[in-house]
Ligand binder design. Structure first.
Ligand code: ASP
Length: 435
């Protein structure tokens, strides 16, 4: 049995949904389909999910949602028309959604309706069963999936039936609808693949796989034919868009291969994501970068001698909403990188003052405008000269390295650069390492 997940651009309009049907009909092992909410039809279009978040915000401010909700309703009715479906079953559902959002259902519930409505529509069109994920997929506050989920889904899935499943949401421990982070339908697909015992998890999108570098930056960028779970996680962790980094955990547990494919070019082989691969002359798979980081630098004499101080510092930082993602430790210093969006200037000032006083720090500084470039490959540590190649290439471009993290992962090397130099750094590294 194959589980297929189709992303928002694959469901953006009736023509795309017809492509989905053709793909699914072409292989009878494709028995479960997870859908995203309709995405953008063109560059400056809006995703249904964004419109729904907007409605929830308006409702929260006590403002009317009609204008925005009309746009949402129009997306679905255009799809119904385009597929020549009668709309009488759907209009009352749309109306219930509008009323609930107006009544203060909140952002999680509102956003989840993009997938919910899409799945109900597609299930009707295909004549397949709709499988509700609220109450079955249980999401903890930190976004992780409760193990009970697999029993709930296992009990609900009948191998003789075909299902359309809404992506992106489940419920929290209190039974309220809760969404994953953005792009989270990939996670639903992975969960359903594990629960249903899929032989393959096909992840259908609008590009022919995972690229070794952002194709908008480099002409002729190549699709990676085969990569490991770890490689895709590390590449997604430094910004490569195609596959949600949290969607890997459920499939790793069951060793299910993932095939990332293109709805608009279904015959392309796409990228296979598997447990292990051979080097075959390709020690690396890709380079990517993520900006929007701030650097927090702490100095204190004998810092690493004081037991428990790191943990205590991080606990206090969490009170201010700051959770570091990368760390470097010196003899008398600690450097942490965190997402700048986590805290405003004012909150950071308050946090620094508090940390300095509480832990008698010699100094504490925060600086925004950092990016992290990741060079990823399962065989990266087989070739120690890579560090030299990286630093020479960046030096040639006059890009300063703010940190270099080699050896803490067997699958990647991370390089800190100024945010303003991100693209230049990625292109330079691509050319020396891959071209
Ligand atoms: N519709 C949600 C989003 O736009 C989830 C998804 O597409 O995977 O983020």
């Amino acid at each position: 049995m194959i589980v297929c997940k189709f992303g928002g651009s694959s469901l953006a309009d009736a023509i795309q949904i017809e492509k989905v049907k053709t793909i699914v009909d072409a292989d009878e092992r494709r028995k479960i389909v997870i859908v995203s909410a309709p995405g953008k039809r063109s560059r400056d279009d809006e995703k249904v999910t964004d419109l729904l978040y907007r409605c929830a915000r308006l409702a929260d401010e006590g403002k009317p949602i009609d204008t925005v909700f009309t746009q949402i309703a129009a997306r679905y009715t255009a799809i119904l028309d385009g597929l020549a479906m009668e709309s009488s079953f759907f209009l009352p559902i749309l109306d219930e959604v509008r009323q609930a959002i107006e009544g203060g259902a909140g952002p999680h519930w509102a956003a989840s309706r993009g997938e919910h409505l899409c799945a109900r529509l597609v299930a009707h069109y295909f004549g397949w069963h709709f499988l509700e994920t609220a109450g079955r997929i249980i999401i903890a506050d930190d976004g992780t999936v409760d193990e009970a989920t697999y029993d709930h889904l296992g009990d609900a899935l009948d191998p003789a039936k075909r299902y359309i499943v809404p992506g992106f949401y489940g419920s929290n421990a209190q039974g309220r609808v809760q969404t994953f982070s953005r792009g989270g339908s990939d996670i639903t697909g992975a969960i359903i693949s594990r629960a249903g015992g899929a032989e393959v998890y096909e992840n259908w999108t609008d590009v022919s796989g995972v690229y070794s570098v952002d194709p908008r930056l480099v002409d002729g960028a190549k699709v990676i034919a085969r990569m490991t779970y770890r490689e895709v996680r590390e590449l997604a962790g430094v910004g490569a868009g195609v596959f949600h980094e949290e969607a890997i955990a459920p499939v790793i547990a069951a060793s299910i291969p993932i095939n990332v494919k293109n709805t608009n070019a279904p015959l392309d082989e796409g990228t296979w994501i598997v447990e292990k691969r051979d080097c075959n002359g390709h020690p690396l798979v890709g380079v990517s970068a993520k900006g929007g980081y701030s650097r927090l630098t702490i100095h204190k004499l004998m810092l690493l001698k004081s037991t428990g101080i790191r943990h205590a510092l991080m606990t206090m930082m969490r009170v201010f909403g700051v959770r570091p993602v990368f760390s470097l430790f010196g003899i008398d210093s600690i450097v942490w990188f965190f997402e700048s969006s986590q805290a405003s200037e004012g909150v950071l000032q308050a946090m620094c003052a508090r940390l300095k006083a509480e832990f008698a720090l010699d100094s504490i500084e925060v600086e925004s405008g950092h990016a992290v470039v990741g060079v990823v490959g399962a065989f990266i540590n087989d070739n120690p000269s890579i560090v030299g190649t990286i630093s020479t290439a960046l030096e040639r471009e006059k890009i300063a390295i703010t940190f270099l993290n080699y050896g803490s992962s067997t699958t990647s090397t991370l390089i800190g650069v100024a945010e303003s130099a991100t693209q230049q750094a990625v292109v330079a590294l691509y050319h020396v390492l891959f071209a």
